[in-house]
Design a protein around this ligand. Structure first.
Ligand code: ZN
Ligand code: ZN
Length: 343
């Protein structure tokens, strides 16, 4: 472990799609806190606003690294590798008491959004957010535990609460979240369950197909036509990873009896007015799904270790932090899976 410097150079998102560098002091871990030396952080579509508008915070919320220093009362050993949970949950409120740490009612912050995140050299976290990982999992692989496996797996668990025999799945949006959902459906519900993915970007659909998905090019056909093309009629579950009102409406109208629409993507809206009679008659369910709970990490870690090669296909590009500007431009052009900044 290198000596910890007093100050480091970190990326600064100044707005207008420009990332420069700035110097920031390295914080000292206080009581119950850890200073993490970040080794990998995945780019995310939810950073589009920070890239466009700029932010004084150092972004990055899909980080993994090693413990560089521990504050008073923190028991994790220096050198321990692990991943960082996005939400700085309180651990004591009604939601946290039940394990719903993604629904904390007294959240202290969101790492990388209103607290300095993982594109910096070091990240200061409460120990409760740090999820230790075994040494055979690389930091880059450990980032898969977050928005890819975590968010995907949580959405599937949400759907499974009301649907016990999911036999077909439709995923509008084959970006990283859609690909994560695809992988987790295959790993959690069974590899033979047909999963149709639609997107406007052929690159993403090729990746989805390599991972066992059934592709639909949205510029060429409707979701209904796409389902038929793959010999399917009505999906039991739609996981919305596109975030567009039109796509949500189209998905909702397609649902089978007892069908579930799980909204994972933010943005857009939904109109069920014209569908309302069907909504009741077919006993549809509409579910929101936001990130995941900390306590889902151990199970997902076991899946990651058992299906490492399959899941690693989602990571298509890796760059050093000096190339972060290029990495973001490439990522937002759409012809990538997950893009990782490694340090
Ligand atoms: Zn993310
Ligand atoms: Zn809480």
């Amino acid at each position: 472990m290198n000596a910890i410097p007093q100050e480091v150079t970190v990326p600064h998102f100044v707005g207008g799609g420009r990332i420069v560098t700035t110097a920031k002091p390295v914080p000292q871990p206080g009581a119950g806190q850890l200073l993490i030396e970040v080794k990998a952080n995945a780019l995310c579509g939810s950073e589009r606003g920070q890239f466009r508008d700029g932010t004084p915070v150092t972004p990055g919320h899909e980080a993994a690294g090693v413990v560089a220093a521990a504050g008073p009362g923190a028991t994790t050993r220096v050198g321990t590798p692990g991943a960082i949970f996005l939400m700085d949950f309180c651990g004591e409120c009604r939601s946290c008491a039940l394990g719903h740490t993604n629904q904390c009612l007294a959240k202290r912050g969101d790492m990388g959004f209103n607290r300095d995140g993982g594109y910096g050299v070091y990240e200061l976290v409460h120990e409760s957010l740090f999820f230790p990982t075994p040494s055979d999992v690389t930091p880059t692989e450990a980032t898969l535990l977050l928005d890819i496996m975590g968010t995907g797996g949580h959405a599937i668990r949400r759907a499974s609460l009301v649907h016990k025999d999911i036999q077909s799945v439709l995923i509008p949006g084959a970006g990283p979240i859609g690909l994560g959902l695809l992988a987790m459906v295959k790993l959690m519900l069974g590899k033979d369950i047909p999963v149709v993915l639609s997107d406007v970007v052929p690159y993403r659909l090729e990746l989805a197909e390599k991972m066992g998905g059934l592709p639909v090019l949205a510029t060429e056909m409707s979701l209904a036509e796409g389902m038929k093309r793959h010999g399917l009629e009505l999906p039991d579950v739609v996981f919305d990873a596109a975030g567009q009102e039109r796509v949500r409406d189209e998905s909702m109208a397609l649902l089978a009896h007892r069908g579930v629409l799980v909204s994972v993507a933010h943005g857009g809206g939904l109109t069920i007015k014209n569908l309302y009679a069907d909504f009741v008659f077919r006993e549809m369910t509409l579910i929101g799904s936001e990130y995941f709970s900390y306590n889902e990490l151990p199970g997902n870690l076991e899946l990651l270790r058992a299906h490492r090669d399959y899941l690693n296909q989602i990571i298509t590009h890796r760059f050093g932090v000096g190339e972060i500007q290029h990495a973001f431009e490439l990522f937002f052009e759409g012809n990538t899976g997950k893009v990782i900044i490694e340090q």
